[in-house]
Design a protein around this ligand. Structure first.
Ligand code: GLU
Length: 440
């Protein structure tokens, strides 16, 4: 059932140059190549997976509050749609570019395939410092971006969701703009919507919750193998890089289980208390002060220092490429749970795994979000909504199944967790790609 392999089945250097501008994309391809070597992946499948299927670049003009017009760069990349509609978030950040968006879209393809969701991989974004925009400007930006992508988005073609810098309100504007264009409410066009307009219960917490589920599975796995492992109690210390949609929920879940979260951070820097931080109090503090800086009863540290703390578990839950060749030798955590997409560079990850650090790779660790996005999409299409307990039970089931599969592959190939997760994802996807074949 394999397509004939031909010697020259490589991507032309011209098309690679187009995509390869970011560390994130280059790392994603490097990780893919490593996994492909271990599993002896069909060359033609590999060639196709290294580049996205389609990318759209749009100019997004916005009338600012002062009457002037500014034009922002917007992107939407579909990496692969073999298994179903493109799925992936929309990022508002001043680093967004075509290459980073393409790399993130590739990660979505593998994440959805690993979780056995009938979805492909996509990602979008606008290059903007959204913290400098007013609510009206953000709304105008979002609606115009959606208008420009009216023919790209759709419940059966490409379904966005929140990511860095976007939230339920952003999704509500996208849903409304798209629905106005169609003349009726289209629930399935985005996920991560507020519950009042067809969102799913449990979606907002799903990524952080999933991160903690994978930590629990890892602890049990290491215990079953007789290897040193942290415990889910007060003897374990955790540092969390990024106290946002993912990090704050993970912190709360760990705190509820009695695990000691000793450091958290955001754009303002980090706070550290070796005795453990009071997470609910930090949430209240942020509600009033916006950032963690100034929280009483904790030492101020930088984001860089947080990553190098001597803790049992480190959760990078902010941006990509924070553990690299530059700082990897100073990273002391024994377990790394990748709440963010692409936080560890390919080289750093190999060094860490060689040192015996247990890495829970992004496409496994942070998949809770897209899993519940899938549930939301299904509920929207059926106009039949589930209870939060049903959502959480199904989330736990899908994550447990994926974790088990990754461990199976890790033991079969005697490889690291990153390669094992990618191999599991690609095994599923490549079968589908080969069955569907290449048209024409
Ligand atoms: N942005 C999230 C991620 O990177 C969620 C994507 C989605 O729900 O479609 O996985």
């Amino acid at each position: 059932m394999s397509t004939p392999s031909i010697q020259q089945s490589s991507t032309s250097s011209l098309s690679s140059h187009l995509w390869e501008g970011s560390e994130l994309y280059r790392n994603a391809v490097m990780d893919l190549e490593n996994a492909a070597t271990v599993m002896d992946l069909d060359r033609n499948v590999m060639t196709r997976l290294k580049v996205p299927r389609r990318a759209v670049i749009v100019s997004v003009p916005v009338r600012m509050d002062d009457g002037s017009v500014r034009v922002f760069e917007g992107y939407r990349v579909l990496h692969n749609i073999t298994l179903g509609p493109g799925k992936g978030g929309i990022r508002y950040h001043h680093h967004v570019n075509l290459s980073e968006t393409a790399g993130l879209a590739m990660l979505m393809t593998f994440k959805c395939s690993l979780m056995e969701l009938p979805l492909g991989g996509a990602k979008g974004g606008i290059r903007v410092d959204h913290t400098q925009l007013s609510r009206a400007e953000t709304q105008a930006l979002t609606r115009r971006y959606t208008m420009e992508l009216m023919t790209v988005f759709g419940p059966e073609s490409d379904v966005p969701a929140p990511d860095i810098g976007t939230d339920g309100q952003t999704m509500a504007w996208i849903m409304d703009t798209y629905s106005q264009g169609k003349g009726h409410a289209v629930h399935g066009v985005v996920t991560g919507k507020p519950v009042e307009i067809g969102g799913s219960l449990g979606r907002a917490e799903s990524t952080g919750r999933g991160v903690v589920y994978t930590i629990e599975h890892s602890v049990k796995y290491l215990e079953s193998k007789g290897k040193p492992h942290p415990k889910m109690d007060g003897s374990t210390t955790v540092a969390i890089h990024g106290f946002g949609k993912v990090g704050a929920v993970a912190a709360e879940e760990l705190h509820m289980r009695g695990v000691k979260v000793v450091a958290v951070s955001d754009v303002s820097g980090g706070i550290y208390n070796p005795k453990g931080l009071d997470i609910p109090k930090i949430k209240d503090w942020i509600y009033n002060n916006r950032v963690v800086k100034g929280f009483p009863g904790a030492e101020w540290i930088s984001n860089e220092q947080l990553l190098e703390l001597d803790v049992d578990i480190l959760i990078p839950a902010a941006v990509d490429d924070v553990i690299t060749e530059k700082n990897v030798d100073r990273v002391k955590a024994r377990m790394i749970a990748e709440g963010a997409n692409g936080p560890t560079s390919s080289v750093a990850q190999q060094k860490l795994e060689a040192r015996g650090v247990f890495i829970i790779p992004d496409i496994l660790c942070n998949a809770g979000g897209v899993i519940v996005s899938y549930f939301e999409w299904v509920q929207g299409i059926q106009s039949f909504f589930w209870t939060e307990a049903e959502v959480n039970a199904r989330l736990a089931h899908v994550m447990a199944r994926a974790f088990k599969k990754v461990i199976g592959v890790k033991e079969r190939y005697n490889c690291g967790m990153k390669s094992a997760a990618l191999i599991s994802a690609i095994e599923n996807l490549s079968k589908a790609m080969l069955l569907r074949g290449l048209y024409p």
